[in-house]
Design a protein around this ligand. Structure first.
Ligand SMILES: Nc1ncnc2c1ncn2[C@@H]1O[C@H](COP(=O)(O)OP(=O)(O)OP(=O)(O)O)[C@@H](O)[C@H]1O
Ligand SMILES: [Mg+2]
Length: 509
């Protein structure tokens, strides 16, 4: 058993320490005489390293670049720490480039930040080491030196948290920084530069500043939710697509009358996902090979849009005897006998090479006339979701009224509007235009009621828009009314709107 009597007395500790120091000094003087200087230095450093007390802290050095490539962890840490500055910080860098929406805050040399995550505290320090080197490219012997900065972050934490830092904390920072970048991202709209049409093809881009969002879009709430859920599912399913061996792409067909929000929905999708838009005007493309080049030049996380697919190009396989005019490019193509842009070329390329060359691709076709589309485009598996954009419903009107007139509560005229709007065809674009005419909500709504009454008096007939199976002429003959309905075709995702079903029942024979 250990008893206090066994404890060494302070005087014995002191004498042991004195004799150890004396022996070290003796060893040192012997070493000085016997061991050559460079070896002595090496031995002392090794000895000091071995007897140095072990620190319970681990420090990770996160350098700005790894050879040529930038270090993603550094960039993520830089962005993330800008949200973690505290009143303790004394010097911060601040900047804003023309394209950025907000001010950017960065730590200045030597500044420290303490960040807490999952109950643990992590110490960050920004290091910026400056150095001067002779310019290796300077052959003029002027000895002009080049100053360079080596930036890095030091992340210190208790050693026992190493696994947690590598598995959770750093991935969390990478994810957070990605979210911040997406938020800051200026979306681009890429369109074709037609001056390259015959010699080659090229995308030109401008900033996409379309303000349409799902909040401002008048759509049946169930349909809107179905679209949002579909997009959410799509972007989350990288592993799923890999597992089932499918290219990570999703196709949407938007169809309905002009002014029902097809283009607005595309912009809302782009703004929601933070995806760039590539607007492919098929009418300006001559050959499949040009099309391929253009498609291969599109980026990941983008939406490829082909508007008005039924009339944008005279694809050889397409049949339409409606006397539509050819564009100049199409006429040129036909006169030269090089009708080389084919629908099968387009579809095969989209399904095959294009989609397997990139990730997170969305493709959207729009049309005012679904019934004129080639069956190849409509066959199951081609477009994942068919979205019917149709006339404005009472729900749609309420959303537009609250956006345009900023009326939160229901106005007394809303009841009358509900009764009228159900029986006539008015597009969201027309409703929006009416609601913008006057700043006075009362006067605007009164004028709107008058317009609805006038339209009702004039009478509506089913137009050749939407999913009806009947021939337009037949529908017109029987005076079948088309109710507004914004729906997804039932063959696609099983979300069919009550309204659309009712409309189908009313319009088919
Ligand atoms: N569903 C909607 N919700 C909100 N605003 C809409 C909606 N539909 C149309 N609008 C308004 O009408 C304008 C024109 O709509 P948009 O260009 O999206 O229609 P479209 O269906 O693409 O027409 P087109 O078939 O002629 O291309 C939009 O800028 C927007 O202001
Ligand atoms: Mg449009």
């Amino acid at each position: 058993m250990f008893s206090p009597r066994d404890m060494p007395s302070p005087s014995s500790i002191f004498s042991a320490y004195a004799s150890m120091t004396a022996s070290i000094m003796l060893l040192r003087s012997m070493a000085n005489e016997l061991i050559p200087h460079p070896i002595r230095g090496y031995l002392f450093n090794t000895f000091r390293y071995l007897i140095r007390p072990r620190s319970p802290t681990l420090t990770l050095i996160i350098e700005e670049s790894t050879g040529i490539a930038r270090n993603q962890v550094y960039d993520a840490a830089e962005a993330y720490l800008s949200t973690r500055v505290s009143p303790e910080n004394e010097r911060l860098k601040i900047s804003k480039s023309p394209k950025e929406k907000k001010l950017t805050i960065r730590l200045e040399k030597g500044e420290k930040v303490v960040d807490c995550f999952n109950g643990a505290c992590f110490k960050w320090r920004f290091i910026c080491a400056e150095s001067e080197k002779n310019n290796p490219n300077d052959h003029s012997n002027t000895n002009i030196s080049v100053r360079s900065e080596k930036r890095s972050f030091e992340l210190s934490f208790p050693k026992k948290l190493k696994e947690m830092v590598l598995d959770c904390y750093l991935p969390f920072i990478l994810e957070k920084a990605k979210e911040m970048k997406d938020e800051e991202r200026v979306l681009k709209m890429h369109t074709l530069n037609t001056s390259y049409c015959f010699s080659g093809v090229k995308w030109d881009s401008i900033n996409l500043e379309h303000p349409s969002t799902f909040e401002t879009l008048a759509m049946e709430p169930e349909l809107k939710n179905a679209v949002i859920e579909d997009l959410d599912r799509f972007v989350k399913r990288r592993e799923f697509y890999k597992r089932v061996g499918r290219a990570w792409k999703r196709g949407y067909l938007l169809y309905g009358p002009p002014g029902t929000g097809k283009s607005s929905l595309i912009a809302a999708m782009a703004n929601y996902l933070k995806f760039d838009i590539f607007d492919l005007q098929l009418g300006n493309i001559v050959r499949d090979s040009d099309l391929r080049k253009l498609l291969l030049a599109t980026a990941n996380r983008s939406i490829l849009v082909i508007e008005d697919i039924d009339c944008s190009v005279d694809l050889p396989e397409r049949r339409h005897g409606d006397g539509r005019k050819q564009t100049d490019v199409q006429a040129h193509r036909a006169s030269d006998g090089w009708m080389q842009l084919t629908l099968s070329g387009l579809l095969n390329f989209i399904d095959g090479l294009w989609s397997s060359c990139g990730d997170e691709r969305i493709i959207i076709f729009t049309t005012n006339h679904k019934e004129r589309l080639d069956p190849a485009l409509l066959r199951p598996g081609r477009m994942d979701m068919h979205i019917h954009m149709s006339y404005c419903s009472y729900q749609g009107f309420k959303l537009l009224a609250s956006n345009y007139l900023e009326t939160s509560s229901e106005h007394p005229l809303f009841g009358e509007i509900e009764g009228l709007i159900e029986d006539i065809q008015i597009t969201p674009a027309q409703v929006a235009e009416e609601l913008m005419k006057n700043e006075d909500a009362e006067a605007t709504l009164e004028a709107f009621v008058k317009l609805l009454k006038r339209k009702k008096m004039e009478g509506d007939v089913c137009e050749n828009y939407g999913p009806q199976k009947a021939e337009p002429s037949k529908r017109r003959k029987v005076g079948c009314k088309q109710k507004r309905g914004v729906g997804i075709s039932k063959s696609n995702i099983g979300v069919t709107q009550r309204r659309t079903r009712r409309m189908r029942r009313e319009c088919s024979f």
